[in-house]
Design a binder for this molecule. Structure first.
Ligand code: GAR
Length: 200
């Protein structure tokens, strides 16, 4: 399967996915890494791995619609069959999602449906929860609201800062995202409405 990735930042999840492919855990080919941030280190990681990369800065495209249109066209030209959001900090519009002919997955640093949107770890600390974690889910037209594939929890410890909690969750993300992608590529996911069953 031909895999595309969108990332806005340092791309440690992208790296975990690329490592998992190297290790044989992901039987797909990474064919496109796009970003809305020209300076994103994720793009550097892609080019180091020999994967075509491209940035789509909003100010070069005039409007969000035009930016998304160009992203979608590029992914289609690269014949992407699965799109992975890996720290992509923009919500894809319903127009993009309905026109994308491929499934889209996202990883989010909280136990959804708690704390969707930006700064999930900050939201968790502000709320005072004792457990947080991360979620891999299908992307639908809402904000971090699509059917959940995998979730795992970490404790929130006394004295945690946004940085320490984020780091604990990130370690989990690096294991969970490749696992979820592997399940999808191996045909182990069965989506029934909101419920995703993992076949034995
Ligand atoms: C990760 O923690 C990811 O879950 C989060 O951004 C970070 C990206 O790190 N994504 C979101 O918050 C999406 N709403 P990375 O660039 O090192 O993979």
């Amino acid at each position: 399967m031909r895999i595309g990735v969108l990332a806005s930042g340092r791309g440690s999840n992208l790296q975990a996915l690329l490592n998992a492919r190297q290790a044989g855990q992901i039987a797909g080919e990474f064919v496109a890494v796009g970003s809305d941030q020209p300076g994103a280190f994720a793009l550097e990681r892609a080019s180091q791995a020999g994967i075509p990369e491209k940035s789509f800065p909003l100010n070069s495209y005039g409007s969000r619609e035009n930016q998304e249109e160009n992203i979608l066209r590029w992914l289609q030209e690269r014949r992407v069959e699965l799109l992975l959001l890996a720290g992509y900090m923009r919500v894809l519009s319903s127009g993009f999602i309905s026109r994308a002919s491929f499934p889209i997955l996202n990883i989010h640093p909280s136990l959804l449906p708690s704390f969707p949107g930006l700064h999930a770890q900050r939201q968790a600390l502000a709320y005072g929860v004792k457990i947080s974690g991360c979620t891999v889910h299908f992307v639908d037209e809402g904000l971090d609201s699509g059917p959940i594939i995998l979730q795992e929890a970490v404790p929130v410890l006394e004295g945690d800062t946004e940085e320490t909690l984020s780091e604990r969750i990130l370690q989990l993300e690096h294991r969970l995202y490749p696992e979820a992608v592997g399940l999808l590529l191996n045909g182990k996911l069965e989506k029934n409405g909101r419920t995703v069953r993992i076949k034995p």
